[in-house]
Design a binder for this molecule. Structure first.
Ligand code: F6R
Length: 279
């Protein structure tokens, strides 16, 4: 894992946006895995700015989002569909057919999940997966106890996630109890991952993800098994890392190294990792 500690949220957001922009520059038809929530908002704003300032073309990219609430239509203001159009897609001028989000209103949710997996495979796999971390250590909506090899499925939200996300709704009762979520196995298939954390409230799960044992109680710790994860936080979220100094040293040492993995251009993932086995 490449651990980067930025001085504040804005610096973290800019660094993350520069990395995603670099993927699109290197591969104009890149497949981007995207997250919602408070954390990536600054990064999306910075990415829109970079796209405008540099004339970076997003017309060939394809996007896949991590998750969606069950029972919320795309038009619901708290749906992740609405979030993505408001915070990124509109600003980048994406066309609807470039974007892929799970349908929380699908009649057959299991079929919706396996079709989503198939769409990712058909697109050639995700080049960079953007992630945030939950207060309970989740990534996407893979809550504590989730399979570290799981595929896209319907999940029951943890009470902490429901409480955390109540801020987006009028009250906690309105937060859906279930969601459709990319599985951790699906996330680990991405060619690279970019996980962000800002604020003191993320310090504990962030330290567990980076320095704790890998276990299903901290789903984000599964990223320790991925060969190319860039983990960027602000100082507050990094405050419980015991190896902070060393990570800064490594970051300086790597300053002239590419930020993208050498296999970003390969048509399929590293064949040593049984990527995209049919589910
Ligand atoms: C969102 C997602 C979640 C969030 C996490 C952190 O698509 O998959 O895992 O990344 O809950 O949320 P924020 O950024 O709101 O703290």
């Amino acid at each position: 894992m490449f651990v980067k500690i930025e001085r504040n949220y804005d610096a973290m957001s800019l660094k993350a946006a520069q990395i995603v922009a670099e993927v699109v520059r290197a591969k104009p038809n890149a497949v981007l895995g995207l997250a919602t929530g408070s954390t990536p908002v600054g990064m999306y704003q910075a990415l829109i700015r970079i796209a405008k300032d540099e004339g970076l073309d997003f017309s060939q990219v394809t996007t896949f989002n991590l998750d969606e609430y069950e029972g919320l239509s795309a038009g619901h203001p708290q749906s992740y569909h609405a979030f993505m159009w408001e915070n990124l897609f509109e600003g980048l001028g994406l066309r609807e057919e470039q974007t892929n989000l799970l349908d929380g209103m699908a009649k057959d949710l299991a079929a919706e999940c396996s079709e989503f997996e198939e769409k990712i495979r058909d697109a050639g796999g995700i080049d960079i997966q953007v992630l945030g971390i939950g207060g309970d250590g989740h990534i996407a909506f893979n809550e504590p106890g989730s399979s570290l090899a799981g595929r896209t499925t319907v999940v029951a939200l943890h009470p902490q996630t429901i409480a955390d996300n109540a801020r987006f709704f009028d009250n906690e009762k309105e937060v859906p109890r279930r969601a459709l979520s990319m599985g951790i196995g699906t996330i680990l298939d991405a060619r690279s991952c970019l996980i962000l954390a800002g604020g003191k409230g993320k310090a504990k799960p962030w330290a567990k993800m980076i320095e704790g044992p890998m276990c299903s109680q901290v789903p984000a710790s599964a990223l320790q098994m991925h060969p190319w994860v860039i983990a960027i936080s602000d100082k507050a979220a990094a405050s419980k890392l015991s190896n902070r100094k060393y990570y800064k040293h490594v970051d300086r040492e790597r300053a002239d190294q590419p930020v993208l993995p050498p296999w970003i251009e390969q048509p399929q993932l590293d064949p040593r990792r049984q990527a995209f086995a049919k589910v």
